[in-house]
Design a protein around this ligand. Structure first.
Ligand SMILES: [Zn+2]
Length: 559
């Protein structure tokens, strides 16, 4: 038969007297059970972290389960404490234990317990719920109940007590703005599959799921790294990104890519990116600058030679095509290729085969072509310097690489990367560029593009004292008021300032390091008024190094 349980019955047991602190062994006991005295705040921090890393649903389930276990433990404890006493007393110790442990203060609203049928129906009111307080403090008030651990405790306790599942539910909670929390349970109500406690207690492999999720995340990250990040390519401007997006889509495919852009825009870097992000990445990347090789050598460079009387070659050697087998061949400045070679290139592209010079044997090759041009090939066709059939073979996927002046937002990025790289190359610690210098660099039109920018920064790095910012005067030497211009080296090796113009800038871009060096040292000598020690300090060299250089390379500069 069902009995109304009387709260006062449990008062016969003095719980406090069962709580023992054993200082000598550093243990806390409640009856025969070892307890822990924890910092509510640190346990709260742990709970918050659990929710943030696993999400409310998973964290809630873990907390429920943890509460369920401690409730079941306390039911055993209560049984031991009560001994031969009434079972109703054991039942009522649950709320009191929960409160003694500092979790929550429990007030019975209603409770009907039938030990014969092992049935229970009841409702409890909670005040000073540790869990809701912690939750509100971290996450604020929401629209649902959050006393997962405590609900788990009540369920575990009563389930253990009755020896059959009794799952509590919280329908009022401080976390959703109620004045207090309330839980209820009714053994008459069927337990559904989706009951939060049933879900929490179901054996699940959270570790496995987390591992799967983390594998998936790593795959996605790798995908992002591989497919979306420019990697060695520098830029985030709109103009750069639209070229880069085209590049990205072509990389996986075998399609021939034609890169169009002015001198110095970094076409080879783009070609290399395509290779590095293609299925051929483990194969060779071979580049040939068709404009830099004498016309009569282009074919032997491209296709190789077989030794023999006809070619006059003493040794057989493979050409760039063969060396690129299984990889990518980058044909730079394709517009400068002689017409006679264009025919042979076209045939190689059509058949996938090449013949070495002086050899009639065809060699089958697997080469992906990336070509680049700084001239308008349509114009070259009109001027009859480029074959239209070769153009159509190379042009299925043209990508225009914007000049630097169309992507000024990227200049700051380039400056960062180049200054860092150059400073390391010269073993100098350079902080960066001054704001004024950066403004000038951003405003300049850069006819020589990225290559010109790199050269200008190289001079800046060399002319700047260690630990300092590169100032505008070190970039645009001899210029008044930061009007950017480029320099040329007069035959005497002395520096002359030239007004900015396209031709001079390109000339600047082509200056060799040696000439830059001469230019920078002459400038340093001029500023130091011929004092070698001072000039050495300006360029970051030792006096001995500069002495040596002046003797061997720059005798004209001393006077
Ligand atoms: Zn609550």
């Amino acid at each position: 038969m069902a009995v109304k349980v009387d709260q006062g019955a449990a008062d016969r047991i003095d719980l406090w007297s069962k709580l023992r602190f054993d200082a000598s062994s550093g243990t806390v006991w409640l009856g025969e059970q070892r307890m822990l005295l924890l910092h509510a705040r640190s346990l709260g921090a742990f709970r918050n972290q659990l929710i943030k890393s696993l999400g409310e649903e998973r964290a809630g389930a873990l907390l429920l389960r943890m509460g369920f276990d401690s409730g079941a433990q306390d039911a055993l404890l209560a049984r031991a404490l009560v001994g031969d006493g009434a079972l109703e007393d054991v039942f009522l110790l649950g709320p009191r234990l929960h409160s003694l442990e500092g979790v929550v203060t429990v007030e019975m609203v209603s409770s009907e317990l039938d030990l014969d049928t092992r049935s229970f129906k009841g409702r409890f009111r909670w005040s000073s719920s540790w869990e809701s307080e912690t939750h509100i403090e971290e996450f604020g008030q929401g629209d649902h109940c959050t006393c997962w651990n405590q609900v788990g405790y009540a369920s575990g306790y009563v389930t253990s007590f009755l020896g059959k599942p009794v799952y509590f539910h919280e329908d009022k909670c401080r976390s959703k703005g109620d004045p207090h929390c309330e839980i209820f349970a009714d053994t008459e109500a069927p337990i559904t599959e989706s009951d939060p406690i049933a879900v929490a207690l179901r054996p699940s492999n959270i570790a496995g799921e987390i591992q799967e999720l983390s594998d998936e995340l790593e795959q996605l990250r790798a995908y992002l790294r591989q497919d979306l990040e420019p990697g060695s390519l520098i830029g985030r401007s709109k103009a750069f990104m639209s070229a880069f997006n085209l590049l990205k889509q072509a990389a996986h495919t075998p399609i021939t890519v034609l890169l169009e852009g002015e001198t110095g825009v970094g076409k080879e870097m783009f070609a290399r990116w395509v290779h590095d992000n293609s299925p051929r990445r483990d194969g060779p990347f071979v580049a040939i600058n068709c404009g830099a090789i004498p016309a009569d050598l282009v074919e032997s460079e491209l296709f190789g030679v077989e030794s023999g009387a006809f070619t006059g070659a003493l040794k057989s050697r493979p050409g760039r095509f063969e060396r690129a087998d299984g990889g990518t061949l980058f044909l730079d400045e394709i517009g400068d290729m002689p017409l006679s070679s264009q025919v042979k290139l076209l045939r190689a592209l059509q058949t996938g085969e090449i013949e070495r010079l002086g050899d009639s044997r065809a060699r089958k090759l697997d080469v992906r072509i990336v070509a680049a041009t700084n001239v308008d090939l349509q114009h070259a066709i009109a001027a009859k310097t480029f074959r239209s059939d070769l153009f159509y073979r190379l042009n299925p996927y043209p990508i225009r690489i914007p000049p630097l002046r169309e992507r000024r937002e990227d200049i700051g990025l380039f400056v960062e990367v180049f200054v860092d790289r150059l400073a390391r190359r010269y073993g100098k610690s350079i902080r960066g560029v001054s704001d004024k210098a950066l403004r000038a660099l951003t405003a300049y039109s850069w006819p020589g593009n990225i290559r010109e920018l790199e050269n200008v920064l190289e001079r800046g790095v060399l002319l700047t004292r260690p630990g300092c910012n590169i100032e505008i005067e070190s970039l645009f030497v001899g210029q008044a008021e930061g009007e950017p211009s480029t320099m040329s080296v007069a035959q005497t090796g002395l520096v002359t300032a030239m007004p900015s113009s396209g031709d001079n800038a390109v000339q600047m871009a082509d200056l060799s390091i040696a000439r830059l060096e001469a230019q920078l040292i002459s400038e340093a000598m001029r500023r130091a008024k011929g004092n070698v020690a001072e000039a050495a300090r300006l360029v970051g060299w030792t006096r001995r190094q500069l002495d040596y250089w002046l003797k061997s390379a720059g005798p004209d500069l001393k006077s």
